[in-house]
Design a protein around this ligand. Structure first.
Ligand SMILES: NC(=O)c1ccc[n+]([C@@H]2O[C@H](COP(=O)([O-])OP(=O)(O)OC[C@H]3O[C@@H](n4cnc5c(N)ncnc54)[C@H](OP(=O)(O)O)[C@@H]3O)[C@@H](O)[C@H]2O)c1
Length: 252
């Protein structure tokens, strides 16, 4: 537990399910008031809010496509009127259509880059003016595809690579304000977005068998690291990615 987080306010994007949901629940258990952001999954987002309330926590759900400036402006109008200020942003939501680079289109490129890479600075630009002097946390979410060639992950891999670079650039820009910008590099987890990858089942079984810790990443594994990065224990970590993959990436 990190008592210093009690009373803080966080936006978690794409928090209706998967990693985002687990992060929202984990932060709420620390006493953080959470904005559960969603794009389409309104009832799932409300279910997360209800679950947090049933645990004695505080949360609201707000719609907003992180790849769309107008939608983000509306989302932040909602945050300003409902919460007034913000301490933590977890830029978790990402969107891309799996496929080969040779079959990609400029339309998919624009969609993938705006939802999965530019969303980070777009969120930071709106969130930082709402953060108190001297303390803030921004967390991004990447995968091995930002550095390695994964099957059917070409455009998303490019977006994750850009996101990693933007995370470091923002870390340098915002460090003087006391805002720590870091990321989590998660290994393979059985979430809805992973299920959209071709041969998902085969990939899941392969990773489960090969990872030194012999299991898939669970959303809670990622959520625990997100809470740590928000805590004061992480006060000297700046512009880094914590790898949460059960050791898969250290293998030759
Ligand atoms: N699963 C893995 O193996 C894995 C590994 C490494 C990294 N990651 C990363 O972890 C993050 C979460 O992935 P996940 O596996 O938890 O995915 P998920 O279960 O499919 O959930 C994705 C969430 O993002 C939301 N979302 C998608 N596009 C959005 C947009 N443009 N604006 C706002 N919300 C949007 C979805 O909401 P709606 O349903 O409302 O659209 C959904 O709640 C992503 O950045 C992903 O790249 C995942």
């Amino acid at each position: 537990m990190y008592p210093e987080l009690a009373g803080k306010q966080a936006l978690v994007t794409g928090a209706a399910r998967g990693f985002g949901k687990a992060i929202a629940l984990r932060l709420a258990k620390e006493g953080v008031t959470v904005v559960v952001n969603y794009r389409r999954s309104k009832s799932d987002a409300q279910a997360v809010v209800d679950e947090i309330a049933s645990l004695g926590g505080k949360a609201i759900s707000l719609r907003g496509d992180v790849g769309d400036d107008e939608a983000l402006d509306k989302l932040f109008e909602g945050i300003k009127s409902e919460l007034g200020s913000l301490d933590i942003v977890v830029s978790n939501a990402a969107f891309g259509i799996p496929g080969a680079v040779m079959e990609s289109t400029r339309k998919y490129w624009d969609l993938t880059m705006s939802s999965s890479a530019y969303s980070l600075p777009a969120l930071a630009q709106r969130a930082v003016p709402l953060m108190p002097d001297g303390w803030g946390r921004i967390i991004s979410m990447t995968s091995h595809g930002g550095q390695k060639a994964l099957e059917a992950y070409g455009l998303m891999g490019a977006a994750k690579g850009a996101l990693e670079s933007l995370t470091r650039a923002l870390a340098v820009e915002l460090a003087p304000k006391g805002i720590l910008v870091n990321g989590i590099l998660a290994g393979v987890s059985d979430t809805k977005s992973l299920r959209s990858v071709p041969d998902a089942e085969k990939l899941l079984r392969y990773v489960e068998e090969r990872a030194p810790l012999k299991r898939l990443v669970q959303a809670e594994d990622v959520a625990d690291v997100a809470a740590f990065l928000c805590s004061d224990q992480a006060r000297m970590i700046c512009g880094q990615f914590i790898v949460v993959d059960g050791g898969l990436s250290i293998l030759a």
